[in-house]
Design a protein around this ligand. Structure first.
Ligand code: SF4
Length: 212
């Protein structure tokens, strides 16, 4: 597989935020979100065998492994890598843009963290409600918003998708663009069962640093 980087850090964006986690970042993403903070993963990377990645994951006592990108759903070898990690006893998170359907070959013991890309990302045209209907209990949705318009757009999108209520939805503000307090007020006023979070890894570490 073509892999941009691997690193051991703190999970920063999901209901798993705060836990130590081994990350595998795949190379390549067809999207170009305006606020993308991992553009270095579009092309940079090296070929790694699945055995070497699984062996590296085994070296960490943390049960959590996240496959991120880039866009893992377009990475050849994803399903085999995920299955091998699951067979090792790891809890496998896969973070995806929301622009691609869940691969049919993917072992659904994986926990999918699916982004919704609102207009502020300039990638809203890649969102399809039916993609989100593949989510199951144990999966979750994440939306990073630049402001109120993104927040409202995301709620309307999720309403049209008609997802089961047991799939958590977490909102976070685009770092440096949306005031976290404003987002908290919108969530409270919505009367909905939504979560607010900040991008924890950007507070714990230098926000410009790679591998965190
Ligand atoms: S989907 Fe992720 S990796 Fe791809 S452009 Fe958007 S933020 Fe960057």
């Amino acid at each position: 597989m073509r892999i941009n980087e691997t690193f051991f850090s703190i999970q920063g964006e999901s209901t798993w935020a705060g836990w130590p986690c081994f990350f595998i970042r795949t190379t390549g993403c067809p999207l170009r979100c305006r606020w993308c903070d991992t553009a270095y993963a579009f092309y940079e990377g090296e070929e790694r065998t699945i055995a070497s990645l699984v062996g590296e994951a085994a070296g960490y006592s943390s049960p959590l492994v996240e496959i991120t990108g880039g866009e893992p759903f377009v990475a050849p070898g994803l399903s085999e890598l995920a299955s091998e990690l699951l067979n090792l006893g790891k809890t496998v998170l896969i973070e995806t843009s929301g622009a691609f359907p869940v691969p049919a070959s993917l072992d659904r013991r994986c926990r999918i963290i699916m982004d919704v890309k609102p207009p502020g990302s300039e990638m809203a045209h890649t969102m399809r409600e039916e993609t989100f209907r593949d989510l199951r209990p144990g999966d979750e949705i994440k939306a990073v918003v630049t402001g109120r318009e993104d927040f409202d757009w995301t709620l309307a999108f999720l309403d049209r998708a008609g997802l089961p209520g047991d799939i958590p939805v977490t909102f976070s503000p685009v770092f440096g663009e949306c005031r976290p307090e404003d987002l908290a007020q919108w969530v409270l006023a919505s009367g909905r069962n939504l979560r607010v979070q900040v991008q924890l890894h950007k507070i714990l570490f230098d926000p410009e640093r790679r591998g965190v």
